[in-house]
Design a protein around this ligand. Structure first.
Ligand code: P6P
Length: 337
């Protein structure tokens, strides 16, 4: 009889492996799992209730705010607050950081950076969307309010990161520094169950994910790499396959299981890249590296970037080691600008 390992069981087993673990991170992750189940419920019935569509407002990025964006943001904020382990959150949906002022939360040892519902413009057309979260230990003293410096730590300081993908099934994929593990939600018991233990990013791949509509303004090295992917060379398995969903979590998730590379470089409309460092690129880069892949801004590791602002953007290249090596070679030969 195959033994089902739930997320909570897995967290507790892993906690026992860490002598200094106090259970705080376990409680934080447990509440993230509860929020994911609540958001999943609304995403799955989005077509049936008045939760689809736009709020008529814009978020700090100047992007149309979807009703589900707000629901997801509030749900994750509420659960992180309830965990008692988190003293503040930086969210794509909030211009400034959300500091939890209550006494219990002031002793929270962690802060979270999150994109509560990434790719939400895809919801109305039933395409997979995701939640992305990054967990840091706070730098500011316990008992006091979280401080801005807590949220501007480099990805190399991450304590954990993960994503939820709301797709044909709903999965929670996370790492706390000892590899990447994936859990699939079993609706019949309402539990995330271990389905993808020790995920490894294939060292090579045949899938490239990029919005080629921006081709004209891509850096020269990116243009040359795209042409390389399209050349016919059966020995190396080219031409590769172009797969771009327009939902970061879905594209990275597929590439991490099958092998591939995702690229969002500088474009005309986003001269510094579109994706945000603190709650999209750093957590995804952490997971990609934990699984054996690479993640850069075209010049250096994403995780080595020192953040200046919680909403800053960066070019983003992430994927199989050999594909990343080849892309880096083209960028070095032909330029990143
Ligand atoms: P474009 C969604 O808005 C997102 O942040 C990522 O999830 C996705 O990969 C990217 O932007 C899509 O951007 O410009 O290709 O539509």
């Amino acid at each position: 009889m195959n033994k089902v390992v739930t997320l909570n069981q897995f967290i507790i087993e892993r906690q026992h492996e860490i002598p200094e673990a106090t259970g705080g991170f376990s409680r934080l992750l447990h509440h993230l799992g509860i929020a994911a189940k609540k958001v999943n419920r609304e995403v799955n019935k989005a077509g049936l209730v008045d939760i689809l569509g736009r709020t008529g407002a814009e978020n700090v990025q100047g992007e149309e705010q979807q009703k589900l964006d707000l629901y997801a943001n509030e749900t994750f904020l509420d659960e992180l607050r309830a965990s008692g382990e988190c003293c503040g959150v930086a969210s794509e949906e909030n211009e400034d950081v959300v500091i939890f002022e209550e006494g219990l939360q002031r002793n929270g040892r962690y802060i979270v950076c999150m994109d509560p519902l990434d790719g939400s413009s895809n919801i109305d057309v039933n395409v997979s969307v995701g939640t992305i979260f990054a967990v840091y230990k706070r730098l500011s003293p316990l008992g006091g309010p979280a401080e801005k410096r807590d949220f501007l730590q480099p990805g190399s300081a991450l304590a954990a990161a993960g994503y939820v993908i709301y797709g044909s099934s709903t999965m929670l994929v996370y790492s706390s520094g000892r590899g990447v593990d994936g859990f699939t939600l079993d609706p019949s018991i309402g539990e995330f169950c271990l389905s993808h233990p020790a995920v490894r990013f294939p060292a090579d791949g045949r899938i490239y994910s990029i919005n080629e509509g921006n081709y004209e303004k891509f850096p020269p090295g990116v243009k040359r790499y795209i042409k390389f992917c399209q050349e016919s060379d059966p020995r190396s398995g080219r031409p590769y396959t172009s797969r771009y969903i327009g939902s970061l979590v879905a594209d990275i998730h597929r590439n991490m299981l099958k092998g591939g590379i995702y690229i969002y470089p500088e474009t005309e409309s986003h001269p510094h890249g579109k994706l945000r460092l603190q709650y999209e690129c750093n957590p995804m880069a952490y997971l990609v590296e934990q699984a054996g892949g690479q993640a850069t801004n075209g010049l250096g590791r994403i995780l080595d970037i020192t953040p200046q602002d919680i909403h800053q953007r960066t070019p983003f290249y992430a994927g199989s080691e050999r594909m990343m090596d080849k892309t880096t070679e083209f960028l070095r030969l032909f330029g990143t600008r």
